[in-house]
Design a protein. Structure first.
Lengths: 222, 222
């Protein structure tokens, strides 16, 4: 019934527009009563984003299940990939929703609040992992924001391409960039090699991102 | 008249609560007509954030006025400081609004959309500056998000402390952290020294942030 309501809602949103569609229209098309609608969705906006609550719950559970051995930035990047997976499960629906959301200010505001909740989930996890470290909450907030921005940059490109192309590769690349700025080097050296040293020689005054890139490529070599 | 409307609105919001105050109540207390209210504020929510539009316009103008010689991350950090200045101009009002916003979901949603517009202004500027660079839009989005998150981390700490303490120092510190991750080294070496080299020796597998910290402190030495 939940899926039928979502399908009916999107059919009407596409045919008539979002603002012109009422909850009564949706339940009439789905052949159910108003109460059934509100059992699943607190408001008309929620039917546009039917899977975010589940995804948020999955993300929180995934983060809680991690241990001290997990590199924190890697862990939040993996958590962000849960959001991508939700979008990539149904490209047609995701692209339709993306176009709809761009047109309706109320839906954009709703989406911002959802993104904010994802970002807070990541930041809360990182605050725990960085507890006791100087600037722990600052680092947590900045890393969470950077990871969400990187993820969404790749996700939006994919949505703009109408769900063509490889979303996973694009998001991996974007998250790799965030990780390079803040986390351990991705696929870092195994424990036995940890005492090896890396020597980086850089011009004084070189931009920090260039230095980081240099270190990254040195770490990644061999 | 605009200031009088803001003052009347906040007096009522604090006395009765935000939801319980109507625009009619506000104009009655301010001694003006409804039309005057809507001349200044499109909605009741806007009277809570009366200076954001001006601040957004100031930020956009500031960013446009920059030249190619400005280090891009430094420039967006300076642009973010305009927001801090707006809050710090009137600590009592800012703290009252912070408390109010925390309690009213509609205002939180409004605030998220304002923060998003600041972030987009910074990202648009950076996209221009990074145009043609590989991953230019990715870098722009991530840096903008990191700068906004750093700024807001410090701003919120200051608001939670009831506007006590030195907001400028806190925000400078937070923005310095964002800059260290992405920008040129703050107060980098003068041009004549740019060919000096810095040698960093690091354990392979060391977290990237530690390596960056090390480079930062090396750059900052002497």
């Amino acid at each position: 019934m939940r899926d039928a309501l979502v399908a009916a809602a999107f059919q009407l949103f596409l045919e008539r527009g979002y603002e012109q569609t009422t909850v009564d229209d949706i339940v009439a098309l789905a052949g159910v009563g108003r109460r059934s609608f509100f059992r699943y969705f607190p408001s008309k906006e929620d039917v546009v984003f039917p899977d975010h609550e589940r995804c948020l719950a999955d993300m929180t559970a995934f983060l809680s299940a991690g241990g001290d051995e997990d590199e924190p930035v890697q862990r939040v990047c993996d958590a962000a990939r849960l959001v991508l997976r939700m979008y990539a499960e149904n490209p047609t629906f995701s692209v339709q929703r993306y176009r709809l959301t761009k047109k309706v200010p109320g839906l954009r505001a709703y989406e911002l609040s959802v993104v904010w909740r994802y970002e807070r989930a990541l930041a809360e996890y990182l605050r725990g992992r960085y507890a006791g470290r100087p600037d722990g909450t600052l680092r947590a907030d900045v890393v969470a924001a950077a990871v969400v921005a990187a993820h969404n940059n790749a996700l939006r490109s994919w949505l703009r391409s109408d769900g063509q192309g490889d979303a996973d590769t694009a998001v991996d690349h974007a998250l790799g960039y965030a990780q390079a700025s803040f986390g351990d080097s991705p696929g870092g050296a195994p424990a036995t090699e940890q005492e090896d040293v890396v020597v980086v020689i850089s011009r004084r005054g070189a931009p920090m991102w260039r230095v980081v890139q240099e270190i990254e490529s040195t770490f990644g070599r061999d």
